[in-house]
Design a protein around this ligand. Structure first.
Ligand SMILES: [Zn+2]
Length: 336
């Protein structure tokens, strides 16, 4: 008799547990969110906001055709980033800045839907990498990364990917501009990943074929969607199990006019419906390989993966604050 009640009872417990965990995780994130500073921070590094925005506009412009891996638009984005690497005087890691690779994208939809390919080869993918040598510990690296590829053109509609992820690339390039003129103690590597939208392909390849041994990488700071938030909130993910990292980012955020939330980095049985982002962007393969990672990103918005993810929808004050937070986080991380 009792056995009949067991399956529904277990289901009810699971649902209650899931909802409870979700509510608790939201409360935990709200309680630990750092509020914006009342006054502007004195004498901190300021990024070139005009150039930051110009980069996003260029990378999300119609001629970039959504930067899908292997397309002419993606190649134009590469040329843009390479020109900036050279202009900043960044050093290549080997013979050149490029790390070429190929992959096959396996589509679950393609296996069940007629007319959709189950396997799509991408023979022409390229990560772009550059570095600034450290003054005290040149053999130890901090990586700042952002994927530059996006969804391309689908059924005649271009997906410009301004927030996802021209914003991350622009913030990375402003960070590179700072380090190029103020070298840090550690070497800093800047990576623009390709193939992220097809399943983190660029970072997976990099981790499998690193130009320097991964045990020399002290920290990866990955940027993916860092420019838009209705509540002016940026999330630092990867800190829940790393209190020192949380302290470091908190210090970097002092005096910033944005909210800094911590979370999206705990499994479903702890966080319920608050999604774990650890493996949702290019920090994932590094995390899996045992490298310390920090991810900056915003909550999803209605223009996420839509043709309306355009540069004109990015609020200038918030995005500039985030870019400056990234530079300051790197400066704090260099002291480790
Ligand atoms: Zn992205």
């Amino acid at each position: 008799m009792l056995r009949r009640w067991l399956p529904p009872a277990v289901a009810i417990c699971l649902i209650l547990g899931y909802n409870g965990a979700t509510a608790l995780e939201h409360r935990r994130m709200d309680a630990t969110t750092l509020q914006p500073a009342a006054a502007a921070a004195p004498a901190r590094h300021r990024v070139d906001a005009d150039r930051l925005f110009a980069t996003v506009r260029s990378l999300s412009a119609p001629e970039m055709e959504g930067r899908r891996t292997g397309t002419p638009g993606n190649h134009r984005a590469q040329a843009f980033i390479l020109a900036r690497f050279r202009q900043l005087g960044l050093q290549p890691l080997g013979a050149g800045y490029e790390q070429q690779f190929s992959f096959v994208h396996r589509s679950i939809l393609g296996t069940v839907m007629p007319g959709r390919p189950a396997k799509l080869p991408y023979p022409d993918a390229t990560n772009l990498m550059a570095m600034v040598r450290g003054t005290a510990q040149p053999d130890a690296f901090v990586i700042v990364s952002a994927h530059y590829d996006h969804l391309g053109v689908r059924q005649g509609r271009t997906f410009p990917g301004a927030d996802d992820n021209a914003s991350g690339v622009a913030a990375m390039l402003e960070t590179a501009a700072y380090v190029a003129t103020h070298p840090l103690r550690h070497s800093v590597m800047f990576i623009a990943f390709d193939g992220e939208e097809q399943g983190l392909q660029g970072s997976k390849y990099f981790v499998a074929h690193p130009p320097v041994a991964l045990d020399r990488v002290r920290l990866v700071i990955n940027l993916d969607m860092v420019s838009r938030s209705d509540t002016a909130t940026i999330v630092a993910s990867g800190t829940s199990s790393d209190p020192a990292l949380k302290e470091l980012v908190s210090k970097a955020a002092l005096g910033r006019r944005l909210s800094l939330a911590f979370g999206h980095d705990r499994p479903i049985y702890l966080a319920g419906g608050v999604e774990d982002w650890t493996n949702q962007s290019d920090q994932g393969p590094f995390h899996d390989a045992g490298v310390r990672t920090l991810y900056f990103g915003v909550e999803d918005h209605p223009d996420y993966h839509q043709p309306t993810d355009t540069a004109d929808r990015i609020p200038r004050p918030f995005f500039t604050e985030v870019a400056e937070l990234v530079v300051q986080t790197l400066i704090e991380a260099d002291a480790l």
